[in-house]
Design a protein around this ligand. Sequence first.
Ligand code: SF4
Ligand code: SF4
Length: 206
Amino acid sequence: MPNPKKLKFVCTRCGNCCTDKNTLVNVTHLDILRIVKGLKLSLEESLEIFGFYVYIETLNNNILKKMVISPIETEKGLAFIGLIKNDKNECYFYDGKNKRCLIHSLRPMFCRSFPFSFIPLRGKDNRSEKKIEIIYTEKAIEYCPGIGNDAPLIDVDDWINLANKTLSELEDNYSFNENWNISVKNKEIPPSAKNYIRRIFKLIEG
Ligand code: SF4
Ligand code: SF4
């Protein structure tokens, strides 16, 4: 396991991660909840910001296991949810003129975690104690200048805290999406994007 004390990072605000044409910012239901509440969006406005991207390829179990955010059943097939793109194929929330994120304090976990991936590991003695491996993502290695040799070492405690929060939210999201998929399979709810977002709004209403 790479030593996290040797990882380096400082964001240079180059914008590469927000403008990558080949990346969609995948969101969990909790990311959606934070953005909807923070921006006080209506249901209709939310549907204009969160895209439902249907998989063209058939997803086998191996692919499904590798997915960090589980897909949901929709009327058009399995889909994942992501922030939509602007007309330049950049993130909708990227302000290119000022090189900044317009929803910085509400940005999804995907963005908070970049340039790292967090991998949960079980302790060697197989107790329930969890350890977390932190690695650079492939995209970060490809284009993030903030992980260069000149960057400072990361504050490992801060990143481990974020990793714990991220992994816990991913588990919550897995259950939320699993419940949705079961409701759809049992024909309890029509699998529209609107109904999925509506289910998240119900969490706000309590
Ligand atoms: S690619 Fe790296 S340095 Fe550039 S904005 Fe993203 S995190 Fe910051
Ligand atoms: S939400 Fe913000 S940080 Fe994330 S990709 Fe969009 S502009 Fe960048």
